[in-house]
Design a protein around this ligand. Structure first.
Ligand SMILES: [Mg+2]
Length: 329
């Protein structure tokens, strides 16, 4: 079907709980809903920008979108790879392109009358996600951890990276409170330097931590590789990875055991598949994560995660929204 029109709608949804991480804090999920219209269907996509990681906000998405649309209008909406290639000629604008890519996959699903997981090559329909505990007081973190466990979550991702001593204390207290059966993962969001990262890892190494995500700044691959050599806890990279070139760098520098693929960073599903394949061929584990998507973007992430048989998923942003624009069945 020929791509006829595009419609944008900014959405700003208050969070249930202010979200604080090492690189900043947010009280809203502020995204752009993208509708791509053909003669028969409307495909829905979502762009959830991150100013800190991707240099985009909703204003930037709204202003680049007519430029991107000009390149793809009148294309066949099923030519997703061709469109992705055309859009690559325009640098950056990762989440804006992701929004288009997601809308095209939605159109494809509607045209074929099939859920996306099947189109992407799997009949798997279920995976367990973790849920994130932001940076907060110990007492608050313990209450929240128990609340999440009583809701049925079995893995918690704990944010650290602002205050080494307090971070270590908080992680210890959470492990003590939740017992051995709950999986704990850590995300420092680039917050430590080499020595802090090493001290943190040494202090929590006996707490059965699955992995630590982005312990140092995204560009510090040499240092991260050095840290990884002796680390008893596997290292995952998130902010260091946006595209396949970044993954080559990470592989060359032996900087990661695992990567966190987010559709908003990889300009959507099309490139995320290539990144996942490359990671797999080097035995690098994969988590599929999210920015601040509603259920709409989260669903796309979920179908992608099922298709690549991700090792972990961290698709939880919609749980913290005061209201949602879609429902996950
Ligand atoms: Mg992360």
């Amino acid at each position: 079907m020929k791509i006829k029109k595009i419609r944008l709608q900014e959405i700003k949804i208050p969070l249930k709980r202010k979200f604080v991480i090492a690189s900043g804090s947010s009280e809203y999920s502020n995204n752009v809903l993208i509708k791509i219209i053909t003669d028969e269907f409307i495909g829905y996509g979502e762009a959830s920008p991150s100013l800190h990681v991707l240099g985009e906000n909703t204003g930037a998405i709204q202003s680049i979108m007519p430029v991107l649309f000009e390149k793809i209008k009148d294309f066949d909406s099923n030519d997703i790879r061709g469109i992705s290639r055309i859009l690559k000629k325009i640098p950056n604008n990762y989440s804006a392109k992701a929004g288009i890519d997601l809308a095209l996959y939605d159109l494809l699903g509607k045209e074929l009358g099939s859920p996306l997981n099947k189109i992407l090559g799997t009949s798997k329909v279920f995976m367990d996600t973790d849920i994130t505990i932001g940076i907060m007081d110990d007492d608050e973190a313990l209450i929240l951890a128990n609340e999440y466990i009583s809701q049925g979550f079995r893995s918690l991702k704990i944010k650290v990276g602002t205050d080494l001593k307090r971070d270590i204390e908080r992680v210890k207290k959470i492990r003590e409170a939740v017992g051995e059966k709950i999986e704990l993962r850590i995300d420092a969001n680039q917050g430590y330097n080499f020595h802090q990262a090493r001290d943190f890892i040494n202090s929590v190494k006996n707490l059965d931590i699955e992995f630590i995500e982005q312990p140092m700044p995204y560009f510090a691959l040499e240092n991260i590789s050095e840290l990884r050599k002796d680390s008893p806890i596997p290292i995952m990279l998130d902010e260091s990875l946006k595209n396949i070139r970044d993954l080559y760098e990470i592989i060359n520098k032996r900087a990661a055991d695992l990567i966190n693929i987010k559709l908003m960073k990889t300009s959507g599903i099309t490139d995320a598949i290539s990144i996942a394949e490359l990671a797999r061929s080097y035995d690098i584990g994969i988590m599929v994560g999210c920015m601040s998507e509603t259920s709409l973007g989260i669903s796309a992430g979920m179908h992608f995660a099922l298709a690549i048989d991700a090792d972990y998923i961290d698709l939880d942003s919609h749980f913290n929204l005061q209201f949602d624009i879609a429902k996950i069945r």
